[in-house]
Design a protein around this ligand. Sequence first.
Ligand SMILES: *Cc1c(COP(=O)(O)O)cnc(C)c1O
Length: 217
Amino acid sequence: MSLSEIREKIAAAERKAGRPEGSVTLVAVSKVQPLERIEAVLDAGHRVFGENKVQEAQGKWPAFRERFEGVELHLVGPLQTNKARAAMELFDAIHTVDRPKLARTLARLADETGRCPDLFVQVNTGEEPQKAGVLPAEADALVAEVRELGLPLKGLMCIPPVDEEPALHFALLAKIAARHGLEGLSMGMSDDYERAIAQGATHVRVGSAIFGARNYG
Ligand SMILES: *Cc1c(COP(=O)(O)O)cnc(C)c1O
């Protein structure tokens, strides 16, 4: 599917949900993709991209940023505290704040540098042991702590279990966000972004539907 087709589907999903046009940000997740595919999407005018590894992003985005103006970069993968400084320098948004220690590290660095990317707290809605994210029962406490630290918290993020109906997870995430007055909802990927928009997603993270399958070979 092409970028323009996905943009049309997003616009249609916004209309259907009675939401204003442009209320959903398409984060094009470019991890592992060959540089020429990313360049084609940049040439098509898209500027918001997602990466899941700090080091991989450091390897390709500084050069793209020199050539293309207005690139906005989102970290959508887990963040180790020892990479927090690099992540804060490179990314405009971090979707994966999932523990108090990371929040405190980000707060310290924000004090030191005077800037901080937009933050999302990642919630492990499926309570999967192998997956990052704070458990739903602990989400309220982490949201409160991130706010007490004075960090720019925009919303919540989730990655539903692969074998479950994502709508239940989107609804849970929206419910937790609503009780904190958080507007940002980072949810929905290639297979379910339209459903996520129906449930209030403000950021959809779409990779393979834009760039084609990832080749990890
Ligand atoms: C890779 C990735 C995506 C994109 O996945 P697709 O199924 O290719 O759209 C979205 N979110 C996160 C956190 C990812 O790691």
